[in-house]
Design a protein around this ligand. Structure first.
Ligand code: AMP
Length: 289
């Protein structure tokens, strides 16, 4: 596995892989790898021949300095896990390599109005800017994103379409810990009590699932069921519990088509997000966590 720190090195390696007729797969990450990240590599390997992973804690997508500074970083551990998963090239740039007097930023309109876009101003502008840059550096054929961050994945998909990046975006299922907590690098910050309480996010999603599958469609009733589960575990703050259209990411009052139920809540100072897909199936809906 090659570890590249500069854009130049990445370009050289990619050129070589291309000359060998290889298709390039790309998984962007912020590191502190877990099974969720590795599942993306696994999917990418089925679709391409040369696996690139970036590890870059992207300051411009953080709206909280403390969150940026305390974001877990353990690169040696990441290298071992990535190599085992079959990554061929890691791109681990310094901030100066990525941003030098940057004056160009990428924004996708309207899809960032709600959910994390509303509670983390500027977050998706930072995400889109770094991903656009990484796409231009790596020039992948395919890139895999996790459904855990569904709003991010859909915004990237839209950016790729709108800006004509010749890249196929794949959205991969959420990988969960035992008990149902969605894997996240930030879970490292949870105390054992917070971790236990955070399972209420999953219980909230299941409470909504059983209601939706029994025919309830009204937002109010569904959100109340989730809130009641969450509140049993006294989260330190509920950022949002929201039902939005899959297509527009705008809030809806009544489930009709493809819908996302999304949650963001703090346990201690750790902000966790999770979601469930609500898919029409004949006259009913199936819920996918
Ligand atoms: P991050 O390092 O948190 O920025 O995540 C990098 C990529 O991994 C993003 O596409 C995330 O959506 C994805 N990811 C993070 N956690 C999970 C998970 N539990 N299951 C699947 N994908 C995930």
């Amino acid at each position: 596995m090659i570890i590249a720190h500069t854009i130049e090195e990445v370009r050289t390696q990619i050129r070589q892989a291309r000359n060998e007729g290889k298709q390039i797969g790309f998984v962007p990450t912020m590191g502190y790898l877990h099974e969720g990240h590795l599942s993306l590599v696994k999917i990418s390997k089925r679709q391409s021949d040369f696996q690139v992973m970036s590890i870059f804690v992207n300051r411009i997508q953080f709206n909280d300095r403390k969150d940026f500074e305390s974001y877990p970083r353990e690169y040696e551990r990441d290298f071992a896990l990535a190599e085992k998963a079959g990554v061929n090239l890691i791109f681990l740039p310094e901030e100066e390599e990525m941003y030098h007097n940057q004056r160009t930023f990428v924004e996708v309109e309207s899809l960032a109005d709600h959910l994390c876009g509303a509670t983390r101003p500027g977050h998706f502008r930072g995400v889109c800017t770094v991903v656009a840059k990484l796409f231009n550096i790596v020039l992948p054929d395919v890139s895999v994103f996790g459904r855990k961050d569904i709003q991010q994945a859909l915004i990237i998909e839209k950016m790729v379409k709108d800006l004509n990046f010749p890249i196929r975006i794949i959205i991969a299922p959420t990988i969960r810990e035992e008990g149902g907590l969605a894997m996240s690098s930030r879970n490292k910050h949870l105390s054992s009590d917070e971790r236990k309480r955070a399972l209420s996010i999953n219980r909230g999603l299941h409470a909504a699932k059983s209601r939706i599958e029994s025919g309830i469609r009204r937002k109010e009733e569904i959100i109340a069921a989730v809130r009641s589960e969450l509140e049993k575990s006294t989260p330190d703050k509920i950022d949002y519990i929201e039902l939005v259209s899959y297509e527009t990411l705008q809030p809806i009052e009544h489930i009709e088509g493809r819908t996302i139920l999304a949650i963001a809540a703090f346990f201690g100072s750790t902000r966790l997000i999770d979601n469930m897909l609500i898919e029409p199936e004949g006259d009913s809906f199936t819920c996918v966590l």
